[in-house]
Design a binder for this molecule. Sequence first.
Ligand SMILES: [Zn+2]
Length: 387
Amino acid sequence: MIQYRANGIFTGTRLLDENWVLAVREDGRVEGVYPRSSVSTPVRVLEGLLCPGFVNAHCHLELSHLKGIVRENTGLVQFLVEVTRFRDEVDPAKVSAAMEAADQEMAQSGIVAVGDVCNTFNSAEQKLRSSLYYHSFTEVLGFSDSSARDRLTQILELRDRYRARGLPATVSPHAPYTVSASLFRLIGSLDETGSVSVHNQECLEEEKLFGGDQQAFQEIYDSLEIDRSSFQATGKSSLQSWLPLMQEPQKLLLVHNTCTTGQDIRFAQDSPHELFWCLCPNANLYIEGRLPDISLLRQSGCRMVLGTDSLSSNHRLSILEEIKTIRKFFPGIPPAELLAWATENGAEAIGAEQLGSFSPGKVPGVLLLGGSAPFRLDPDTTVTRIL
Ligand SMILES: [Zn+2]
């Protein structure tokens, strides 16, 4: 048994002061968190804040080789055009090496679990080798109603290839501007055994599309040769258009939410789904140069989680860096709340229930946040994984 005491402990839900001790077995299983007065020695005393391992709820490991290649601040349309241009133009050995480096970068930045979007089987070997827990969101696109059944069949095959190797996976629609109403209905009638992830309301173009703008996303549809003829504008917001197509209650991970309004949030909260709202602030700044209304999401009682998105739209894969960005733009959000988004909420969102908190029996990994004022999660806060 190892017993740790520091300047404080964040348990996954609350912040405790220096008068508490974390007890963990050598294999990483949490024994409990106890008052200092009730614990016998020896206790390892550390400088900083103890915290469960971070969960990165949104990444695309298979795009890691695009680091530094896609231009910043061009908007989502241009971003997607560049990603699709460059993603397949690399030799497979480089793709594998980039995924391995990205996986190691995540481990070094205190991430213990990842919700990873994948369009191919390329990331499977790295996931099997990795020390991190991965949930794979096998992602489907298909904007023509007539192709919906075939697209679903193909993506179920990919999902089942992951599952056959022991890697948890669920089907996930890419985004409302690339998934037809028929395909949403088919996905929405699946009885998935885990959460379903959707890129939601990432840019204004998406709202324009559903509002009836014929030119919205045309550049993407042209460059990807996507047939948009079955799309019908609803005159409603994107979220209010696609969410009702998901008929079976699902555990839904809504990613980005850059243009989500209060009315959208209430609409979603009235649906039968269990909702998690994922923020990827550094990717939003990289692509669109704007952030979601995080204050509004928070005040509306949304369950928040954090993601890095991929190295095609981020300089680093670090949940701590995402937290620092939120602290910079929304300094009023209490640090303990941000840590809950990064740990327990994230673990629940991707079905990694053994992680995310210091509850007895869990194996969440132990992080030590250091720096001049780790309780404030300032720009100089550091993270080290100690167990
Ligand atoms: Zn993404």
